[in-house]
Design a protein around this ligand. Sequence first.
Ligand SMILES: [Zn+2]
Length: 146
Amino acid sequence: MDHQRAQDLLSDYLDGELSDESISELEQHLESCDECQSELESLGDTLSVLKGLKPADPSPDFLQQVTKKVRRRSKSAFDFNFGLDRKIPFEAVSMILLGILLALYLILVVLPKEQVDPAAPTSTRPDAGAPMKPVPPGSGSQTMTP
Ligand SMILES: [Zn+2]
């Protein structure tokens, strides 16, 4: 495989869209070409950053996916780099993200439920009993003298 062809295939390679044959040809070229190796590296960095910045699609299982991912990352972070402070920002960001998601969940799911809930008793209002006060029936007729 020539250099130009390899360059063209690098992003497909990262996306896993290449055939096994193309992969082995590309990897053969990568072993001998420093330029393609560094290109692949920077492409990979860009892709992972882009994927990280992708706006969150609030699908029903999104929170589960994030939780799973965070747990997996946390596990590996603690397995291999326990106490290493460069891992802390990711953990902090994850907790903040989870907090935001939880707040969104509460706003979107719990709040509408409360609005529909007919738990607004009118009897607790102080002025609700006022019209019930009976008017003395004789007061009007007594003043009427023929
Ligand atoms: Zn090359």
